[in-house]
Design a protein around this ligand. Structure first.
Ligand code: IMP
Length: 190
């Protein structure tokens, strides 16, 4: 079975990546299992940080690798927390507090963004993007998913990501969309 390193130390993100990639028929190896070092995310763009993580994984393992860099971008906060989503002290409650003066749904727009960077067996890097637009409700709802999921309702849906089954979230999510592009690429490569 072909091996693919999934360069994430975040257990919830890793679980999603593995769920979506399960049908591929690859042996998926997480960052912990592959003994990858932690990579400091020193870039200020998603693509910059995904590149740092995937290059480190490939250099350590000499095996095809993917890394995901993703974040939650709130229009009224000029795109924050964005690339700093994982380090935004206060998490989703802080976001709700920061936009509490906005009482119209159309002013509470946000998006999730994801880039998947892949380095193939020849050492060539390929990047795949996914984006999901939506709204921030007035209160957090749901207990599935992780991080900002309870405060994100994708456009044209009445539930937050945290109220959806994993399958439904993956169909709509930034990560699901980026991974579908990656899967199409792998099919061409095969
Ligand atoms: P990264 O590990 O630097 O890419 O950090 C991504 C961060 O963005 C996560 O730790 C979450 O805070 C946020 N994030 C990304 N994708 C999702 C998602 O699907 N749901 C909720 N939060 C997410």
């Amino acid at each position: 079975m072909k091996k693919l390193i999934v360069a994430s130390h975040n257990p919830k993100k890793l679980k999603e990546l593995k769920e979506i990639l399960a049908p591929l028929g690859y042996e998926l190896i997480g960052a912990g299992e592959a003994n990858l070092p932690d990579v400091e995310e020193t870039e200020d763009t998603f693509i910059g940080n995904a590149t740092l993580k995937v290059k480190s994984a490939f250099n350590h393992t000499n095996t095809p690798s993917i890394a995901d860099d993703s974040g939650f971008c709130v229009d009224a906060l000029k795109g924050a927390p964005g690339v700093y989503s994982a380090r935004y002290e206060g998490g989703y409650q802080r976001v709700l507090d920061e936009i509490k003066h906005l009482d119209q749904q159309e002013d509470r727009t946000a998006l999730f963004y994801c880039v998947i960077s892949y380095i193939d067996a020849e050492g060539h890097q390929h990047n795949f993007e996914g984006k999901t637009e939506g709204y921030i409700p007035f209160n957090a709802k749901g207990d599935k998913g992780f991080a900002y999921d309870p405060i994100f309702m994708p456009k044209d849906h009445k539930s937050t990501f945290a109220e959806m089954t994993a399958e439904k979230k993956h169909k709509l999510s930034h990560r699901g969309k980026a991974l579908q592009k990656f899967i199409q690429h792998l099919k061409k490569e095969a």
